[in-house]
Ligand binder design. Structure first.
Ligand code: BG6
Length: 489
């Protein structure tokens, strides 16, 4: 996708967890792409840090390998790669003991560039790192700290984490990443709503029947056993990505794209979500766990076999959310997400109300309600389903067709990864696509009662076969209301 590239000011980018999975798969490849896109100004530097001992050259080799594994060969330009690798250095530092922070200080020197400290490490280390940065005098007014999720596992722990980091950094310096907000199509949701006159007048309970948000994955546990089993799908996906999507669909028009204008509106949505408590949870939520089945044409293990221990952790959640405000009263938002589902797809479906009266007799066939389907991944695009007359003779027969806008067909070039956009926004100091403290806490405030209800009722995760659409209770959740999940394929 072509866009005008505006270089950012020179910066020092310090990655804690520099040799970890996120750095390898996302951060280094994304930074390389921005180098190739000529977005860096001199003297920009990237410093990897973790506990392991490593030389600069070894870290550069690590980055070269990461780029060769995660960037398409056609996008690897030898000269740009060389320039990029020359920006990289490495410092071994231990956040628990503070060893190595003095070397980090020496490596950064008295540079006055923007400093971005990226914490691609377990949240238990956030406080240690942030305090050590302060104790070593590494935090300048133009420093920022980037926090990867999970920001806590409930409201209390999120508050604690926010307090700890807030001791050292001002809120305007704290960038809480939700990488879904960096996805092109997620940003496009704002363009669709607020750069077109067409939809906004219909975007309310008078015209919308319901909303569906699906984030389906085909992957299983991957290598994240310890983290995932303690989190589960509600904490891992719903508290952050899915609620952020819901906010972007449901929020009022902010007065501008200014970070606080947008985040104020999202916060109102989160605060407007009706609480799901112990009585409502069995009716409004479904939790599932995959059993052995098939994925990508081959057999796959069940969650428990993959994990190696018995577990009641959910790998699937479906729920019905409602927002108590004038715009959305009575409009259900059905959310579902899971691992090892039938296909990988993330999409938002806005289903409008049926027409009030049909002038076409029975022979015309059923008239389906209009649907707007915003496909976030893969095959990004927007489809507006409308009714038309089936072409040809034979009387008036009606048919539903999509007005189809596929991004791949409409735009040339590579779609940038979410991290590219987000990292550059960190450097620009633009927090619009990052979660503010009160948003994260409001999201937990809504999630906690659901988690508590499940725990106190000892609600078992319902089994579903890997490669399907989740437990049958998820279908029942929406069909009870006379609606069906949109078929995503
Ligand atoms: C992460 C979750 O935040 O998002 C993972 O921790 C999940 O469990 C991932 O797989 C999905 O991201 P994407 O960009 O692949 O849809």
């Amino acid at each position: 996708m072509t866009s005008q590239i505006i270089p950012v000011d020179p910066f020092d980018f310090i990655i804690f967890g520099g040799t970890g999975d996120l750095s390898e798969r996302k951060l280094l490849p994304s930074l390389y792409h921005r180098q190739r896109g000529h977005q860096f100004s001199e003297p920009t530097r990237i410093i990897g840090t973790s506990r392991s001992k490593m030389t600069d050259e070894e870290f550069q080799d690590f980055a070269r390998q990461a780029i060769s594994d995660h960037v398409k060969p056609a996008d690897i330009d030898a000269a740009e790669l060389k320039t990029f690798l020359a920006r990289l250095s490495y410092v071994s530092a231990d956040a628990t003991t503070g060893a190595g922070f003095d070397q980090l200080k020496t490596a950064i020197g008295d540079s006055e560039c923007i400093r971005a400290f990226y914490l691609a490490v377990a949240p238990a280390l956030f406080g240690n790192i942030s305090h050590k940065l302060r104790e070593n005098g590494l935090i300048t007014p133009s420093s920022r700290i980037v926090l990867e999720k999970p920001i806590g596992r409930d409201l209390a722990s999120a508050r604690e984490l926010n307090d700890v980091v807030g001791d050292d950094f001002h809120e305007s310096q704290i960038f809480r990443i939700d990488h879904y907000l960096g996805k092109e199509t997620v940003q496009n949701l704002m363009a669709l709503r607020f750069a077109n006159a067409l939809y906004e007048p219909l975007w309310n309970s008078a015209n919308v029947d319901h909303v569906q948000i699906t984030v389906a994955e085909t992957v299983g546990l991957e290598d994240r056993v310890t983290y995932y089993d303690k989190a589960g799908a509600l904490r891992d996906m719903v508290q952050n990505h899915m609620l952020q999507l819901l906010c972007l669909v449901a929020m009022e028009a902010p007065s501008s794209m200014d970070a606080d204008a947008v985040r104020d509106e999202k916060l109102k949505v989160l605060r407007g979500l009706k609480r799901i408590n112990g009585n409502d949870a069995p009716k409004h939520t479904v939790r599932g766990q995959y059993r052995a089945g098939a994925s990508a044409g081959g057999p796959v293990k069940g969650y428990v076999e993959e994990f190696g221990k018995n577990s009641n952790t959910e790998t699937f959640v479906a729920l019905k959310a409602e927002i108590g405000n004038w715009r959305w009263a009575g409009v259900p938002f059905y959310l579902r997400t899971g691992k090892r589902l039938a296909t990988r797809v993330s999409e938002i479906v806005i289903e409008f109300k049926p027409i009030p009266h049909s002038i076409f007799g029975d022979s015309a066939g059923p008239i389906s309600a209009n649907q707007l389907v915003i496909r976030l991944q893969p095959d990004e695009g927007v489809k507006q389903f409308i009714m038309i007359k089936d072409p040809g003779p034979g009387g008036m027969r009606l048919r539903q067709i999509p007005l189809d806008m596929s991004f791949a067909q409409s735009f040339d070039g590579r779609a940038p990864d979410a991290y590219e956009r987000l990292i550059m926004d960190v450097i620009r100091g633009n927090q619009t696509l990052f979660m503010r403290r009160d948003e994260v806490e409001a999201a937990w405030k809504w999630i906690d009662p659901i988690q508590d209800a499940w725990e106190s009722a000892r609600q078992e995760a319902q089994a579903y076969t890997a490669g399907t659409w989740g437990p049958s209770a998820s279908i029942a959740l929406i069909e009870r209301d006379g609606r069906t999940w949109h078929e995503s394929n």
